[in-house]
Design a protein around this ligand. Structure first.
Ligand code: MN
Length: 293
C-alpha cells in the first residue's frame, strides 16, 4: 500500500523478515490503518533518498512492539510531546498529500482501544522512531468445544470429492476455513488471496463451489463475481459471499449481484456447513440438468 508513495519520494522501505509468524490480539483493519499511518508519515517527513525501517521486538512473551524508523529531520522534545494531541498538526501537514490515511490521534485511539500503546522517540537531525505495542497471542484456533470433530469422518466409498475455492485475503479467516474444511473428507480446499488470482484459479481448476470475500485487494468480490459470471468457463459455478459487510443493504446487494448465498462474518459454523451442503446439492442437481439458474 505504501510502495507508490515511497517510490515517488525516493524512500527506501525496509520491512521486517521473520521465520516464525507472530500473532497479535487486535483488529486486523485497525492495525493496518495505524501501521499505514506511521509508515506514511515516516515517508512523508523524510528526505529524498532516506530510509524507513520497520522492525519488531518481543518485549515479553505477551507483548510485541512494532517500530517505524525514519531518517527525517526529527522532532524537538516539545513537538514530540504535542504530537498525539488532537488538532495539533505542528504546521507540517499543510499542503502535503494526506490521502485517505488516518492521523496520529486516531491511530493512538485505535491502538489503545485494542489494549496497545503508541509512542515516539526522536533526535533532531537524525530521525524519529514511532512505535506501537500490542498484546501477543497464539495462532488462531477453533474453540475447544468444537475440536473433537476435527478428524474428518471416513468418506463413503461412493462419495464424490468436491473442490472448494476460497478467495480470502485475511489469513486468520482463511486459517479458520481451513480448519473447518479439514472436518470434511468430501471437500478439497484451494485458496486465493485476491480477486484476480481467484478468477484465474477458478478458470484453471474448475471448482465445484467458490467462497468469496467481498473486500479484497485489487478487485472486489463483487467485481470478481461479475467476471466469473461473464465467462462460459466459470458461469456455472455457484459463488457464496462471505463478508464482514453485514448490513441488510449489503446482503440484498450481494444476492442481487448473483451470489448463491450471502454469509456474514464472523463465521457461524453450523450456518457455514449448511450453506456448503446446500450449494453442493444445488450444483449437483444443476449439472445433472435438473435446475436452471
Ligand atoms: Mn477481505
Amino acid at each position: 500500500m505504501i510502495e507508490p508513495q515511497a517510490q515517488a519520494s525516493g524512500i527506501h522501505v525496509i520491512l521486517p523478515a521473520f521465520s516464525d509468524p507472530h500473532f497479535v490480539m487486535a483488529d486486523r483493519t485497525r492495525v493496518k490503518q495505524a501501521s499505514v499511518n506511521l509508515l506514511s508519515n515516516a515517508i512523508k517527513y523524510n528526505h529524498a533518498g532516506g530510509t524507513v525501517e520497520m522492525t519488531f521486538t518481543e518485549l515479553s512473551p505477551k507483548r510485541i512492539r512494532i517500530s517505524f524508523r525514519d531518517t527525517g529531520e526529527g522532532l524537538s522534545a516539545e513537538n514530540l510531546a504535542q504530537l498525539f494531541q488532537p488538532f495539533n498538526r505542528l504546521g507540517q501537514e499543510a499542503g502535503s498529500q494526506d490521502g485517505t490515511g488516518i492521523g496520529l490521534v486516531v491511530s493512538k485511539r485505535l491502538v489503545e482501544l485494542m489494549g496497545g500503546e503508541i509512542g515516539a522517540q526522536s533526535t533532531v537531525g537524525v530521525g524519529s522512531v514511532f512505535w506501537i505495542e500490542l498484546n501477543s497471542t497464539a495462532a488462531l484456533r477453533l474453540a475447544a468445544a468444537t475440536e473433537p470433530t476435527l478428524v474428518p469422518p471416513p468418506l463413503p466409498t461412493d462419495a464424490q470429492l468436491h473442490t472448494l475455492l476460497c478467495v480470502e485475503d485475511n489469513p486468520a479467516n482463511l486459517m479458520l476455513i481451513e480448519q473447518l474444511i479439514a472436518r470434511r473428507a468430501d471437500i478439497h480446499l484451494l485458496s486465493a488471496r485476491n480477486g484476480r488470482r481467484g478468477v484465474e484459479m477458478a478458470r484453471a481448476t474448475q471448482p465445484d463451489l467458490i467462497l468469496m470475500d467481498i473486500n479484497l485487494p485489487e478487485i472486489s468480490g463483487l467485481t470478481a463475481l461479475a467476471i466469473l459470471a461473464d465467462d462460459p468457463l466459470t458461469a456455472h459455478i455457484p459463488v457464496i459471499a462471505l463478508s464482514a459487510n453485514a448490513m441488510p443493504r449489503d446482503i440484498e446487494k450481494g444476492l442481487a449481484a448473483g451470489f448463491f448465498r450471502y454469509l456474514t462474518k464472523p463465521i457461524k459454523i453450523t450456518e457455514f456447513m449448511a450453506a456448503l451442503d446446500e450449494t453442493l446439492l444445488f450444483a449437483k442437481a444443476k449439472s445433472a440438468g435438473g435446475i436452471k439458474k
